[in-house]
Design a protein around this ligand. Structure first.
Ligand code: CAO
Length: 446
């Protein structure tokens, strides 16, 4: 047994009644000298209180939400033999080399306080007794502010794997973002091993390594560049955006009749008039009504940027994979113009002739599988957009109307949205409104 000492809140400047906002250790944890124990937050700064000595945490005497001041008891520490002597012998008030670090320091004053050289060392109250060494190595505790820790926790990132670039080797938000980007973005294109690495970094099980040939004949086909790039983007968007999909259906019986009669005209002019052109137009009408869907979060996540233009991305299936060219200013184009442009961009996409600019600036996307089949699906949002409409194959269904079942042509809609930005109620309003526009296309004119 090592000496049990009391670890107290050191001189933390002028701060009194400071909140304990994070407990970074638990009983039984081994800590290194200077390893962070708890995080305190005043209205001016956030400080991590370091351990005065190496040892094992025996008992916590504070919890999150407690208010503390200089001298408050934080925990009981069983000291390791090596670190015990100097710490125990230091009288209260002895200058220390490592004061508690102000992390999210909200003011210069707080920063200055954290760097003062005369902040006293934490003083254990009991003397050293023989210490039984513990075999396991001390856990590495990366330095990061509570907000960065919270951000990392939300993304499932183990801070011990993140390279610190901040002052005093602290990990910054950008470091965590860079780490995630490294896994989600570049790596999958460069190295197929990225999936296992990403999983491990997120604290998940290793990707199963299976010798498939053991079970039967196989063929190895390299993935196309488009597939690798779109896969990396889809993966990031799926992991980083909290998706919810709202399902609905629109009665397009009249619209389909109108489309069929108009198709003869467009075919004479050399292009096809499919439901998608009407859908783009109807979506613009709904986006005007609900601008939160024609928006993006800014870099900080603090603000929503609502766009005053309507550039609609359309997912196009090509032999090499999925691409999403953008139809610009869809609000200023008629249904025939949209249909013609749709034909042109899907041909460009399939002929691999799209330029990077053709796929940029989208404000909302549509993914239509209606030409193929299916009843519903959950499309993945095309970041930084906040919503995407999935469309499945329309079918005649019995609909109960005016006291009887009637056959109506119903179009399934699947709207995925970013739940950070859009609430479920708003999404339901959006699809209800969109369905009403499609049921009576005259609403586009309203
Ligand atoms: N219900 C029933 N029929 C539909 C329909 C719907 N919702 N949508 C289209 N159709 C019909 C069309 O009218 C057309 O019929 P005809 O052959 O009789 O003329 C046929 O299906 C084929 O249409 P299309 O697919 O060529 O044309 P489109 O305008 O509907 O779609 C495009 C164009 C480029 C979006 C589409 O070809 C495509 O690539 N879709 C796949 C998109 C995709 O992969 N999304 C998944 C992404 S993962 O989230």
């Amino acid at each position: 047994m090592g000496a049990i000492s009391e670890v107290l809140v050191p001189d933390i400047g002028d701060f009194k009644g400071v909140d304990v906002i994070e407990i970074l250790v638990k009983p039984g944890d081994r800590v290194e000298k200077e390893g962070s124990l708890v995080t305190l937050e005043s209205d001016k700064a956030t400080m991590e209180i370091p351990s005065p000595a190496a040892g094992i945490v025996r008992e916590l005497r504070v919890k999150v939400g407690d208010k503390v001041a200089e001298g408050s008891l934080i925990l009981l520490l069983e000291e390791a033999a090596e670190g015990a002597a100097p710490a125990a012998s230091a009288p209260r008030g002895t200058p220390a080399s490592s004061p508690p670090a102000a992390t999210t320091a909200g003011s210069d004053k707080a920063d200055a306080a954290s760097q003062r050289a005369d902040v006293p060392l934490l003083v254990p109250r009991t003397g050293p007794v023989p210490y039984e060494p513990v075999a396991a190595p001390a856990a590495f505790k990366p330095y990061a502010s509570p907000s960065v820790r919270k951000f990392a926790r939300e993304l499932g990132v183990d801070l011990a794997r993140v390279k610190a670039t901040g002052p005093k080797d602290r990990i910054t938000t950008e470091d965590v973002q860079g780490f995630v980007k490294g896994i989600m973005g570049a790596a999958p294109v460069a190295a197929p091993a990225a999936a296992p690495a990403g999983g491990a970094a997120l604290g998940l099980l290793e990707w199963p390594q299976v010798d498939f040939a053991k079970f039967g004949p196989i063929e190895t086909k390299p993935r196309s560049r488009i597939k690798k790039l779109s896969g990396a983007n889809l993966h990031r968007n799926w992991v980083m955006i909290p998706h919810v999909t709202q399902f609905d259906e629109a009665d397009i019986t009249e619209l389909e009749a109108f489309r069929k009669t108009s198709s003869a005209d467009t075919e004479r002019q050399g292009f096809k008039l499919t439901m998608l052109a009407f859908l783009i137009k109807a979506c613009v009408t709904a986006l005007r009504q609900y601008p939160e869907f024609n928006a993006s979060l800014d870099k900080t996540g603090e603000n929503l940027i609502i766009k005053g233009y309507y550039h609609i991305g359309v997912a196009v299936d090509t032999p090499d994979g999925l691409v999403v060219p953008v139809i610009r200013d869809a609000d200023r184009k008629g249904v025939f113009d949209l249909a013609r442009e749709l034909g042109e961009i899907s041909k460009l996409a399939r002929d691999k002739k799209l330029k990077p600019g053709d796929m940029q600036g989208g404000t909302f996307s549509i993914s239509s599988l209606g030409g193929i089949g299916g009843t519903a699906f959950s499309p993945i949002i095309n970041a930084p957009e906040v919503a995407i409409l999935g469309v499945s194959r329309s079918a005649m269904r019995p609909v109960y109307k005016d006291g009887q079942f009637v056959a109506r042509l119903m179009l399934p809609l699947s709207l995925s949205y970013d739940h950070r930005v859009i609430d479920g109620a708003l999404a339901a309003r959006f699809t209800t409104y969109l369905a009403s526009v499609l049921s009576d296309i005259r609403r586009i004119l309203l």
